[in-house]
Design a protein around this ligand. Structure first.
Ligand code: SAM
Length: 232
């Protein structure tokens, strides 16, 4: 069954894949042909490959499908990605920013960091792996230049402060942030809605401007994606 592939009408670097039976997916054009990162479906077209972007595996894909409006990712930008894990979302961001962009991928768990190297870094010159604790941005400040986007998905307490400590260091004024807030990991005794509200308030107290707050269900039951900018 042959699919049609068209550029997304709004988001640079994102493609819409449509099969004759009407099923639709989003995808990115692979920067590392012949390499599947997390078992994603790959579609070949002449000498290009398009990787289906799974919203059940990537909260950024889920946000896109849940009507995200602010999408600052594009060719040539620099992204600081906190909580890279084995690189599922990092790999799609790497496809979008292309050879002229950079993804600084911070991760502190040894096992997944090894997977990140094998599955992603070895095949993608634009991903810079940083084995470090995202709570300590001073530790990697010498490796990271000013960035256009800070993306934070660490599923840990004080996520808003970890993000803001990193935006203070690295995000250029006018740059964008993404924070995947996981309610249960912050405070198991509080209601998720209270946790989300508290974390958002903290972002505002830290000088960040919230543009969107996206419920990721049904793709992800536990997280919301908060998107915004560092005022210029
Ligand atoms: C939910 S997973 C990230 C999934 C990934 N963002 C994706 O979409 O492919 C969270 C990751 O953050 C990492 N992490 C948690 N706290 C961290 C910290 N303080 N510094 C660096 N990495 C951290 C964990 O080890 C885990 O791999």
């Amino acid at each position: 069954m042959s699919a049609t592939i068209t550029p997304h009408p709004e988001f640079e670097g994102v493609y819409i894949v449509e099969y004759p039976d009407g099923t639709r997916f989003i995808a990115t054009k692979s920067l590392a042909r012949g390499v599947s990162v997390y078992g994603e479906r790959v579609i070949r077209r002449e000498d290009e490959e398009y990787r289906i972007w799974d919203p059940y595996r990537s909260k950024l894909a889920a946000a896109l499908l849940k009507n995200l409006k602010h999408f600052p990712f594009r060719l040539g930008i620099r992204v600081l990605y906190l909580g890279a894990a084995s690189g599922t979302t990092v790999s799609h961001v790497s496809d979008i920013v292309g050879e002229t962009g950079v993804v600084y991928a911070v991760e502190f768990a040894q096992r997944v960091f090894r997977d990140l190297i094998q599955r992603v870094v070895q095949h993608r010159p634009n991903v810079v792996p940083i084995f470090a604790d995202a709570r300590l941005p001073a530790d990697y400040s010498t490796f990271v230049d000013a960035v256009d986007v800070v993306y934070c998905d660490i599923a840990q307490p004080f996520q808003a402060d970890v993000l803001a400590d990193n935006t203070d260091y690295f995000l250029r004024p006018g740059g964008s942030f993404f924070l995947a807030i996981k309610a249960p990991s912050i405070d198991v005794t509080a209601k998720p809605s209270e946790v989300f509200a508290k974390e958002k308030q903290r972002l505002v107290e830290r000088g960040l401007k919230i543009l969107e707050d996206i419920d990721l269900r049904p793709y992800d039951e536990a997280h919301r994606m908060v998107v915004g900018v560092r005022p210029a």
